[in-house]
Design a protein around this ligand. Structure first.
Ligand code: KG4
Ligand code: ZN
Length: 338
């Protein structure tokens, strides 16, 4: 039963074909135009999706050595995301499902990230904790069972990736900022500057415990620190600032996951989203896993950032349980996970 999945929620036009446990293809077109603007420009993203969706889907099918007629279902991200971007993927998927006479299924993008550790074998099985850290989201979820999620905490302001992107801009580094900050931080001293970590008043001792995050204070602290420096001083300290910022952000994530793990029964912890590519962060979580006794899972980088393979994997679960979407499916930019 080959399944075609389409993902266009933000600035990646992506398609994948999955057949049982086999990922037959996984194609992505990253929109480089946004680098000129230091962030995603929604209208440009929509226009780029319109141009790329047909070539990317054709590439996914040809890499899978399939014709469109061999596809048994079409899955598509219908939210959350940018409305103009979602509309392209959803409209295209509906047209294709109608033409082929196969079922359509709308997939929640965040649930796709939850499944990203399970595209390949040996992913975590529920119950586990999942930390999705991307450019648009920072969400800690208790995955009780597939399809049964409880959000334990999320960011109250900037997402973790957004903080990386904004700090990169402050330091004069290119977009997307995460990889640039990580590269520079390798040569810096993570203890050089004591940037503040937000301490939210999270209730931690009841069934309604919250483990929320806040990164805008950290970003502002970096901004004020940099504003006081001359151009020469900034040049000398750039790597230390990157390393100290990254360290503060990782510590904030670690502390919340540690507290959440102590509260919620879980077999494992999974990381997902673009920021989960960060090697220093992965090392810190591996160390935490050793201390707490949980197994840590993270997807390979190509499945951390937005991709259609994770949408295909989530769709397989729901299709197997009989879920289908009507051809009246509409994008839902504010869709939540649970
Ligand atoms: O998951 P993703 O591709 O898109 C969203 O759904 O938002 O994540 C993109 C984010 C960007 O903010 C980018 O700076 C960040 O992930 N990122 C990283 C790294 N690679 C990507 N952040 C820190 N370290 C990295 N190596
Ligand atoms: Zn995403």
């Amino acid at each position: 039963m080959p399944l075609l999945a389409i993902e266009t929620s933000c600035d990646e036009t992506a398609a994948a074909v999955m057949h049982g446990a086999q990922l037959l293809s996984n194609t992505i077109a990253t929109q480089e135009i946004h680098q000129l603007y230091g962030g995603v420009v929604p209208e440009l993203a929509s226009r780029a999706h319109v141009q790329r969706i047909v070539p990317i889907v054709s590439k996914a099918l040809s890499q899978a050595h399939l014709t469109p007629n061999a596809i048994d279902a079409v899955a598509v991200t219908y939210g959350p995301g940018l409305i103009g971007s979602l509309l392209i993927g959803v409209s295209f998927a509906k047209g294709l499902a109608l033409q082929l006479g196969v079922p359509l299924l709308g997939v929640n993008h965040m649930e796709g990230h939850l499944f990203s550790t399970n595209i390949k074998p040996d992913g975590p099985e529920p119950p586990f904790l999942s930390l999705i850290i991307s450019g648009g989201h920072t969400i800690l979820t208790h995955v009780r069972a597939w399809g049964e999620y409880r959000i334990l905490g999320q960011t109250q302001d900037d997402a973790a990736g957004e903080a990386f992107d904004k700090v990169a801009k402050i330091l004069g580094l290119p977009y997307p900022g995460g990889p640039a900050v990580e590269k520079l931080a390798v040569t810096g001293n993570a203890q050089a500057i004591d940037f503040p970590q937000a301490r939210l008043k999270n209730a931690t001792n009841s069934a309604t415990a919250r483990f929320d995050f806040s990164f805008s204070g950290l970003k502002t602290a970096v901004l004020y620190y940099v504003k006081k420096l001359s151009a020469d001083e900034l040049d000398k300290q750039r790597a230390d600032i990157a390393a100290s910022f990254q360290n503060a952000l990782i510590n904030a994530l670690i502390e919340n996951v540690r507290s959440a793990y102590e509260q919620s029964p879980a077999r494992a912890v999974a990381l997902a989203g673009g920021v989960a590519c960060n090697k220093t962060l992965r090392q810190a979580f591996l160390k935490l896993g050793g201390q707490c006794g949980f197994q840590l899972h993270f997807p390979e980088p190509i499945f951390c950032t937005d991709n259609a393979a994770m949408i295909a994997r989530a769709a397989q679960f729901h299709l197997a349980n009989g879920k289908r979407s009507p051809l009246s499916l509409a994008p839902d930019p504010g869709l939540v996970l649970a």
